[in-house]
Ligand binder design. Structure first.
Ligand SMILES: Nc1ncnc2c1ncn2[C@@H]1O[C@H](COP(=O)(O)OP(=O)(O)OP(=O)(O)O)[C@@H](O)[C@H]1O
Ligand SMILES: O=P(O)(O)OC[C@H]1O[C@H](OP(=O)(O)OP(=O)(O)O)[C@H](O)[C@@H]1O
Ligand SMILES: [Mg+2]
Length: 298
């Protein structure tokens, strides 16, 4: 009898862990992750969560060991390229782009390096974790170089005399700055994604995946959306509605005891900036409230 529980691989500890766990929780998947166990069973859904190093996640999905995996595109791309070279299975589907894990994969050199463009990297030794993505970029640029594979502390390689340049993940740039390095080429942009194994799942499992995907949409849209409430003079209702960003039809309600003002409620796909609030106020709006939305289903 086939395994009916959906198996999902997530990063055990690192940059993606908290956001992944938060997202699963927001999707209503109840699971106790306070233990050190490799596999955690959901209490309310037929789901098992496998907690592993992120590097192992694409392979687990591609080999059909798990059904879904939450992973950074950079790791997925690197593993796919590595497996192609090794003639190993690479098939999978990316079923959702996620609103976390945004970073770029960039080449950086010492602050005092006189960088004149990609040719300045010729014949340098470049330290990186993601050797295949770097190789593709350097080959396309037709620049010869030597690769130095490091699985951690890449940013200290130049100072330690291990390499002349690095290629690593950058988000705020603080790590580069702290190590006296400057970003000179962005070679890949990444975000977290949800990947699924390519072979069809059983009907029940696929139904569960579809439910999770709908819930992820609901959580992600809700996060970007705001519930806006304000009181508005009837005379300026049109001008005030027009100022509200990306909103659907507003709800207009009578205000007890007022004949010339109404309450206006609207779900907006964007945040409301202070500048817009000031404009709304200038049009006579008052008691303007902007509230976060937890979940949404359209
Ligand atoms: N500074 C960052 N900001 C946002 N996302 C990042 C950042 N750094 C890395 N990421 C994303 O998070 C993923 C995991 O990063 P992390 O540093 O936790 O990896 P790791 O050290 O390889 O972890 P593991 O121990 O699981 O192998 C990266 O592959 C990338 O997709
Ligand atoms: O541009 P920044 O905002 O400084 O982020 C970049 C750093 O973040 C990641 O490491 P992380 O902090 O996840 O730890 P790691 O050393 O375990 O990879 C990445 O490998 C960089 O070192
Ligand atoms: Mg890793």
């Amino acid at each position: 009898m086939p395994e009916q529980r959906l198996r999902i691989a997530i990063q055990k500890k690192g940059r993606l862990s908290d956001d992944t766990v938060k997202l699963l929780k927001a999707c209503g998947v109840k699971v106790n992750l306070n233990t050190q166990r490799l596999i955690a069973h959901s209490e309310n859904m037929p789901i098992d969560i496998l907690r592993v190093r992120d590097d192992d996640i694409p392979g687990l999905v591609m080999d059909g060991v798990v059904d879904l995996g939450f992973i950074g595109q950079n790791v997925l791309e690197e593993e796919s390229m590595m497996r192609k070279v090794a003639n190993e299975p690479t098939s999978h589907k990316v079923v959702k782009e996620l609103a976390f894990g945004d970073c770029r994969f960039s080449i950086a050199v010492d602050n005092d390096f006189d960088y004149q463009g990609v040719q300045s990297l010729a014949n340098l030794r470049i330290a990186t974790t993601y050797v295949h993505i770097l190789k593709r970029f350097m080959e396309e640029a037709n620049v010869p170089y030597t690769s130095c594979m490091l699985t951690g502390s890449v940013e200290v390689a130049p100072r330690a005399g291990l390499a002349d340049a690095i290629c690593d993940l950058v988000s705020t740039g603080a790590t580069l700055e702290a190590n006296g390095l400057k970003e000179v080429e962005v070679i890949y942009r990444s975000t977290a994604v949800l990947m699924q194994r390519d072979e069809p799942l059983t009907g029940e499992k696929q139904e569960l995946v579809d439910r999770i995907l709908t819930r992820i949409d609901g959580v992600q849209t809700a996060k970007e959306s705001k519930y806006i409430m304000l009181n508005a003079p009837k005379s300026n209702l049109k001008a005030i509605s027009d100022l509200l960003p990306g909103s659907d039809l507003p709800t207009v309600m009578e205000l007890a005891g007022s004949t010339d003002h109404v309450a206006l409620h609207v779900v907006s796909k964007e945040n409301l900036f202070w500048e817009t609030m000031e404009q709304l106020k200038a049009l006579g709006a008052s008691s303007i409230l902007v509230l976060p939305i937890e979940k949404m289903m359209e």
